[in-house]
Write a new protein. Structure first.
Length: 489
C-alpha cells in the first residue's frame, strides 16, 4: 500500500507504515530528513491527514487501503478509537435541503442503510453544507439535490462535510473537473509550464467537457506515473459521467422521484481515528525512533497551535530527555489553563460524537496534573444516576487529573450540603488550554447522599462493546476501573 501522510502525527505514523512494509509517497522535507528510506512520488492509495483540531487523523482512499490503515492506526494505543466516514470525499449522494443559512444550505444526505452517520445525522443519513455558489440554481428548503462531497469532517467536530453541485474526479496526481483546457495547481512557474503541456506529450485527452488539474505532487513524478495518474482520473471521470447522466444529473433535482436512498458513486472509503492520551504517548515512542522527541510531544501539540509551535522550538534548541516526566506544570504555565480561566468539559462518546457539558471556572491548578473546576447549575430535573433534584444555585465541583481513567463530580447545595457524587469512567483525561477532553466509557460509579455506592450503566457499555464502538480490551479496562472505584468509595 502507498500512503501519503501529513500533520503532527506524520513522523510517528511514517515509522509505523514503514515497519509494516508499506510505502510512503510524497513525503514532506522533514520526513525525508528523518528517515533513511526511499520515498516515491506516485499516487497514494490512501491519504492520512491530521484533523484541524489535532485530536486525531482521517484516512481516505481505496477501500482496501483504508481498511488496512484502520487496523494500523488503532494499534497506536488502547484509547485509539475509529469510526467509518459515511461521506468520504468524492462520494455522490442525494439529499434534501433542511435549512438555508447566510452562505449556503444544510442538506440531509442519504448515505444508505449503514449505522454510521455524520454530525447531525442518524442511521442512514448525515448532514452536509452546500455553498450557494456551488450550484447554478436557487436553493430552497425542501429541495431535493444531488451533490458530491468535497471535504469531509470528523464526527467529533462541529463541522459538516462540504458539498458541491458539480463533479470532480481524482486520479491521485491529477484531478478532472468540468471545463476546458488545463489547470496546474502548483506555485512553481517552470513546473507549471511543463505540466500544462504534458497532455499533448502523453497523447491523452480528458473526456469531453472535462479538464485536467495537475496537483503539486505531480511536479516530482515521472512520465509513467503521470500517465497512470491521468488514466485513473479519466476512468473515474467517465464512471461519474455515466452514473450521473443515467440518474438525471447533479444539483437541484426536478422531482423527488429522482432521489436515491443509496450513494450514486463511492470512489473512496474513509475512517476517522481519535487518539487518546495513552495513544499520543505511544506515538511519542514511535517518533523517538526517528528523531529527538520530548515527553508528551503529541499531547502538547494537540492542545493548541501555539503549544505546537512551542514544542518545535524546544526540540530544536536542546536534546530532550526521553526519560523525563511529562512537564504538565510547565505546559500549563505557558499555555493554560490557569486559575480563573474558563474550561470546557468536552465529553466524547464511543459512537464518535462530542458533547460539551458546559464551561467551568478553574479554581486550582497543580503541577502534578490536578485541575479543579466549578460550575453553577440551573434548576430543573434530576442528576443522572443520583435521583436527586437539581436546584438552582447548586454547584458542581469537578476534580480532573491528567492521565487518570476517571474523574469525580460532587454536587453541593447552596448551603454546602453534598447532594451526591458522580464518578465518570473514561479514557485518560487530558487538560488542554481551553478544554478537558476524554471519551466516556459508559459505566460509572455514584455515591448517594446517604453514602450508598452504586455502579451504573454496565448495560450501555455491553451494548457499545457489542456494536463495536468500544473494543473489548478497552471495555475490560473500563470495568476494572469501575470495580476499583466501587471498592475505594
Amino acid at each position: 500500500m502507498k500512503a501519503r501522510v501529513r500533520g503532527i502525527y506524520a513522523t510517528a505514523l511514517t515509522r509505523a507504515l514503514l515497519d509494516a512494509s508499506h510505502e510512503v509517497v510524497d513525503a514532506s522535507p522533514p520526513i525525508r530528513r528523518r528517515f533513511e528510506a526511499e520515498f516515491g512520488s506516485g499516487a497514494p492509495d490512501a491519504r492520512i491527514a491530521t484533523t484541524e483540531d489535532r485530536q486525531g487523523v482521517g484516512a481516505h482512499g481505496e477501500p482496501d487501503a483504508v481498511a488496512s490503515l484502520r487496523d494500523l492506526l488503532t494499534e497506536a494505543g488502547l484509547d485509539a478509537l475509529a469510526w467509518s466516514d459515511p461521506t468520504p470525499p468524492g462520494t455522490v449522494l442525494d439529499g434534501e435541503v433542511t435549512e438555508t443559512l447566510g452562505g449556503g444550505a444544510v442538506v440531509r444526505l442519504r448515505v444508505g442503510d449503514g449505522e454510521e452517520a455524520g454530525a447531525g445525522g442518524s442511521a442512514g443519513t448525515a448532514e452536509g453544507y452546500l455553498p450557494y455558489g456551488s450550484v447554478d440554481d436557487r436553493i430552497e428548503t425542501g429541495d431535493p439535490v444531488r451533490v458530491q462531497v468535497r471535504e469531509s469532517a470528523a464526527p467529533w467536530t462541529d463541522r459538516r462535510p462540504e458539498l458541491d453541485g458539480s463533479l470532480r474526479a481524482d486520479g491521485g496526481l491529477v484531478a478532472l473537473e468540468p471545463g476546458s483546457g488545463t489547470r496546474v495547481d502548483v506555485r512553481n512557474d517552470e513546473a507549471a509550464r511543463e505540466l500544462s503541456g504534458m497532455l499533448d506529450l502523453l497523447g491523452l485527452e480528458p473526456p469531453e467537457g472535462w479538464r485536467a488539474v495537475w496537483k503539486p505532487p505531480a511536479v516530482d513524478a515521472g512520465t509513467e506515473e503521470l500517465r497512470a495518474g491521468l488514466d485513473r482520473g479519466v476512468a473515474a471521470a467517465e464512471g461519474l459521467d455515466d452514473a450521473v447522466d443515467a440518474a438525471g444529473g447533479t444539483g437541484v433535482l426536478d422531482g423527488s422521484d429522482l432521489v436515491r436512498e443509496e450513494p450514486l458513486a463511492t470512489p473512496n472509503a474513509g475512517v476517522w481515528v481519535w487518539f487518546g492520551r495513552a495513544s499520543r504517548f505511544a506515538l511519542d515512542d514511535r517518533r523517538r525512533e526517528a528523531t529527538a522527541t520530548m515527553p508528551g510531544h503529541h499531547r502538547v501539540k494537540a492542545g493548541s497551535a501555539d503549544a505546537s509551535a512551542g514544542v518545535d522550538l524546544a526540540e530544536a534548541l536542546c536534546e530532550p530527555d526521553a526519560d523525563a516526566q511529562f512537564p504538565f506544570g510547565v505546559v500549563t504555565d505557558a499555555f493554560g489553563p490557569a486559575e480563573g480561566d474558563a474550561l470546557r468539559l468536552e465529553h466524547g462518546k464511543p459512537d464518535g460524537r462530542l458533547i460539551t457539558l458546559g464551561e467551568a471556572t478553574v479554581t486550582a491548578v497543580d503541577a502534578d496534573g490536578s485541575v479543579a473546576v466549578e460550575r453553577e447549575m440551573t434548576g430543573g430535573g434530576t442528576y443522572d444516576g443520583l435521583d436527586v433534584s437539581r436546584e438552582a444555585g447548586d454547584v458542581a465541583e469537578t476534580s480532573l487529573k491528567e492521565g487518570r481513567w476517571w474523574y469525580p463530580t460532587t454536587y453541593r447545595g447552596r448551603d454546602g450540603t453534598v447532594r451526591g457524587t458522580y464518578v465518570n469512567v473514561c479514557t485518560p483525561v487530558e487538560v488542554f488550554p481551553d478544554a478537558a477532553r476524554y471519551v466516556d466509557l459508559h459505566v460509572d460509579v455514584v455515591k448517594l447522599p446517604d453514602g450508598t455506592v452504586e455502579r451504573v450503566d454496565d448495560d450501555e457499555l455491553r451494548e457499545a462493546e457489542a456494536a463495536g464502538e468500544v473494543p473489548k480490551p478497552l471495555a475490560e479496562k473500563a470495568r476494572s476501573v469501575a470495580s476499583a472505584l466501587e471498592n475505594a468509595l
